[in-house]
Write a protein that binds this ligand. Structure first.
Ligand code: AMP
Length: 303
């Protein structure tokens, strides 16, 4: 089953305690698409500028991502610059240049409008709304966002949440969105706005998954070396929704296993800069880390 993603395709300049990259390929849609492509066919809707060369497209094409919705506009590609201190859990945004995204009006190809699974990756909520209305055939809609849009367009974001089935969001961002410090209460506030399921990403502390009466907590994979956390949230979403797409949407959806697959992809994403680790990732490595997660979370019943 295919997934359609709309989000940013970017040039990222990132500094971590372990090094620095300038104008490296990134963006929420790019990170998501590469991770999801291990599990399902991916269709990408975004815009880039004239500075985006065929060489920049290649890593996406190498993963068989369908770029039929990637428009080239006059101007420069979206640029984001961020830095991480010793606390690799949260990025400090140094600069955001929307560039070609400032006036982007997506036009989802007609043949893509019945894509069953839609991911509204982190981008302007008005744009997410626009795409949501074009993909009329979507059976499952998931979304992500970030502080930039919570600050800048809170009303558009809240309106969007009324149409979303699964919200994936950082702990800091759900606190900011709801004004609630307590995560359980913050999730209740968000669910009243719309999404029946909420996944709270907590960086090195793992994830919380809330759906119906059920809550599920999963640790992050314990890594001895984290090089660059950029894209971890998008890689998580790629694994999470890629897994759901690979299982089909007819039966009961298994958000717990999806969260493990998402965590596996995020754990690889942070091992190198940009898309470098996922570019050389293999399916056997994904399976191997998945089974390490089973070990990590197995325990006996209290007798
Ligand atoms: P994350 O998974 O949260 O680490 O997402 C990192 C990606 O988000 C980077 O590759 C950035 O290019 C992208 N990004 C940063 N700020 C924004 C923004 N305001 N809108 C859309 N994408 C962004």
């Amino acid at each position: 089953m295919s997934i359609l993603v709309v989000g940013s395709v970017a040039f990222d300049t990132v500094k971590t305690p372990f090094g620095e990259v300038r104008d490296a390929l990134g963006g929420s849609a790019a990170h998501f698409a590469v991770a999801a492509s291990f599990f399902a066919p991916v269709r990408l809707v975004a815009v880039v500028g004239e500075d985006f060369t065929p060489a920049h497209r290649q890593p996406l094409l190498d993963r068989s991502i369908d770029l039929g919705g990637l428009t080239t506009a006059t101007g420069r590609t979206f640029r984001w610059s961020g830095a991480y201190g010793d606390d690799l859990n949260s990025a400090r945004t140094l600069d955001t240049q929307l560039n070609v995204f400032a006036d982007f009006r997506p036009n989802v190809p007609e043949v893509w409008r019945d894509t069953p699974l839609l991911f509204l990756a982190n981008i302007d909520p008005d744009l997410q709304w626009d795409v949501l209305h074009q993909v009329r055939g979507a059976k499952l809609v998931a979304a992500d966002t970030m502080n930039y849009w919570i600050d800048g367009k809170p009303e558009a974001l809240k309106k969007l949440l009324g149409r979303v089935d699964i919200l994936l969001i950082n702990d800091g961002e759900i606190r900011q969105l709801t004004g609630e410090r307590n995560l359980v209460r913050a999730v209740s506030v968000v669910r009243r706005l719309g999404p029946p399921a909420v996944v709270v990403k907590r960086g090195e502390h793992g994830v919380l998954v809330f759906e119906g009466e059920s809550a599920f907590a999963l640790p992050a994979f314990p890594l001895a070396s984290v090089i660059d956390p950029t894209g971890a949230g998008d890689a998580f979403a790629g694994g999470f929704l890629g897994y759901l797409a690979s299982r089909g949407l007819d039966g009961e959806r298994d958000l717990r296993t999806a969260a493990v697959v998402g965590s596996v992809m995020a754990s690889y994403q942070v091992e190198d800069f940009s898309l470098d680790r996922l570019k050389r990732l293999t399916m056997p490595e994904i399976r191997e880390r998945f089974s390490r997660f089973e070990d990590l979370t197995r325990f006996k019943t209290l007798s």
